[in-house]
Design a protein around this ligand. Structure first.
Ligand SMILES: Cc1ncc(COP(=O)(O)O)c(C=O)c1O
Length: 424
């Protein structure tokens, strides 16, 4: 593992320039496949007798550099990248779980993840109990004999609840199941879940890490700390029918899950990241440490300003003293609380739609983490498919507007909101 600091790793980790013809930038290896020296070489690669590239669905040199860099910035033993954050979550859970297994998850999750756990995975026999993460002991109470994972977002989207990761990790440990933390909104610069007991960390690279809103991507970073031999995960200790008898825990030790994700998860579900997107995401990762601090500073200033506006019913930002999560933010997010702010507009659902329609700099779209400022009304869009109770649990009341505060001049952002409020 790298001993260098995060900002250095974000720029250099994983790239040995002597291996890429001296290119200072990470090159794009735009190839589907790799020429084997002969059939013996090919056989060795397939049997893991020698490590190397076989086919881009499994791995690719550009993607490998991104993987090594993400492992370095999050402090894991390995990372695997995917075509999107959703592909990372779905492939990760399907590689880990089987019909009959159970997940305990925070009820405050990105809407797509909630639907995956609530509707799609149950069709395959994998069920989830959603709990209010404000009371970490709820995770312990919801654990069943067949529980095989605890899943949370470190900073929930869009509830912006900061989770007490250390407390939840204790319950995951006691239940002997992996603690999986989606760290997309916080980013590795502001929070490293592995330091607080996470076993697997997930990112939608589409958001702050890519940063420019150009490319979808996702990743799973493996802390290498979970004991797959504890008896609950026979697929790691029995010979794998899916990979000619490989015993993952014996052959690959701490990297067992990383390899299973590649050898079975990517092979069978096929959600590989395009090397071109990996290249774009690498450009973003290189400047993430400076960008995310400015996103956080702009968001805090805008949230503070919104609190003083008559049109606004309430403001939610973990860096505000008025936030229920202020103390947890001080503990887990002391360097900044990222760029998302939510607020309620007086006048409810219709007023929220009006303001959202009227902004000119804030773009109305379904993404977060872009350098440009974004706005959405979740109750009518991203969380439309949820019932009223599910919307409430996810922290999405009807009047809520979500801002993803970008890097524009803060005075221009305030002026844009003032003219949008004037439409009421
Ligand atoms: C917290 C979080 N996790 C995962 C995802 C899914 O990522 P993607 O859109 O790259 O599939 C999102 C998307 O908004 C998200 O906000």
């Amino acid at each position: 593992m790298s001993t260098q600091k995060l900002a250095t790793n974000a720029l250099h980790a994983g790239h040995d320039t002597t291996q890429t013809g001296g290119t200072r930038a990470v090159p794009i290896y735009q190839t589907s496949s790799y020429v084997f020296r002969d059939t013996d070489h090919a056989a060795k690669l397939f049997s893991l007798g020698e490590l190397g590239f076989i086919y881009t669905r499994l791995n690719n040199p550009t993607n490998q550099i991104l993987q090594d860099r993400l492992a370095a910035v999050e402090g894991g033993v390995g990372a695997v990248v995917f075509a999107s954050g959703t592909a990372a979550i779905a492939t990760g859970l399907l590689t880990l779980l089987k019909a009959g297994d159970h997940i305990v998850a925070s009820s405050s999750l990105y809407g797509g993840t909630f639907n995956l756990l609530n509707v799609t995975l149950p069709r395959l026999g994998i069920t989830t109990t959603f709990v209010d993460a404000a009371h970490p002991e709820n995770f312990e109470k919801a654990v069943q004999d067949n529980t095989r994972a605890i899943f949370v977002e470190s900073l929930g989207n869009p509830k912006l609840d900061v989770l007490d990761l250390k407390a939840i990790a204790t319950y995951a440990n006691a239940a002997q199941v992996p603690f999986i933390v989606d760290n997309t909104v916080a980013s590795p610069v502001l929070l490293n879940p592995i330091e607080h007991g996470a076993n697997l960390v997930i990112h939608s690279l589409t958001k702050y890490i890519g940063g420019q809103g150009t490319s979808l991507g996702g990743a799973i970073i493996d802390a290498g700390t979970f004991d797959w031999t504890n008896g609950k995960f026979p697929e790691f200790t029995d010979p794998s029918a899916g990979y000619h008898g490989l015993v993952y825990s014996e052959a690959l030790g701490a990297a067992a899950f990383t390899f299973k994700l590649i050898l079975e998860g990517l092979r069978d579900f096929g959600g590989a990241l395009s090397p071109f997107n990996a290249f774009q995401i690498i450009q973003g990762l290189e400047t993430l440490p400076v960008r995310i601090k400015q996103h956080s500073a702009n968001a805090l200033e805008l949230a503070t300003w919104l609190e003083g506006r008559d049109e606004v019913a309430w403001v939610n930002y973990p860096g505000l003293k008025s936030s229920a999560y202020y103390d947890l933010a001080k503990e887990y997010l002391p360097k900044g609380q990222s760029g998302l702010v939510t607020f309620g507009i007086k006048g409810g659902f219709e007023a929220a739609q009006k303001v959202t329609d009227a902004t000119k700099i804030f773009s109305l779209l379904a993404n977060i983490g872009d350098t440009k400022s974004l706005i959405i009304h979740p109750a009518s869009t991203t969380h439309q498919q949820l019932t009223a109770e599910q919307q409430e649990a996810a922290g999405v009341p009807q009047d809520l507007i979500r801002l993803s505060v970008g890097l524009e001049d803060i005075e221009d952002l305030k002026a844009d909101l003032i003219q949008a409020f004037a439409s009421l």
